[in-house]
Write a protein of this length. Structure first.
Length: 144
């Protein structure tokens, strides 16, 4: 990110994959094999990438790939925080983790998207663990 000249702030995607891809294209990003890229730009996702929309899993994967390749940063929003709050205690028991995640009607689509692929639920748990780890310093009694 040393050559970054622009930060593109993106918030409240809420599982709207088509709208996110259209926005990235409008901002000049190109879909490459390594994910969406725009030289000199870094997308900054300011939370709420999941829930509500039809493709929360695809949005989660897209954002994660951009973060992993250095094309984006992400701040956890209240929807991700709520997911961590609801499922944190079950993260070491995959069956209970999926059950806890599915308790929220919007997150049922998230589970279904990942469940449709081989090792998808393990990948979903990996995404979750990244959120949980980044929030591990919180006093959960203050947010529950």
């Amino acid at each position: 990110m040393g050559d970054t000249t622009h930060y593109d702030i993106i918030g409240d995607v809420h599982g709207q994959l088509d709208m996110l891809e259209a926005l990235l294209a409008q901002l000049g990003y190109r879909k490459e094999q390594q994910g969406w890229q725009q030289p000199g730009h870094v997308a900054v996702f300011v939370g709420d990438i999941i829930d509500k929309g039809p493709w929360p899993g695809a949005v989660l994967r897209l954002v994660r790939k951009m973060v992993d390749t250095g094309q984006a940063l992400m701040v956890v929003g209240n929807h991700e925080l709520n997911w961590v709050r609801d499922a944190y205690q079950y993260q070491y028991n995959p069956r209970d983790f999926i059950k806890a995640t599915r308790q929220h009607y919007d997150r049922q689509r998230l589970v279904d998207e990942f469940a449709a692929e081989e090792d998808g639920l393990a990948l979903l748990l990996e995404h979750f663990s990244g959120y949980a780890h980044s929030l591990s310093f919180w006093n959960w009694n203050s947010v529950v």
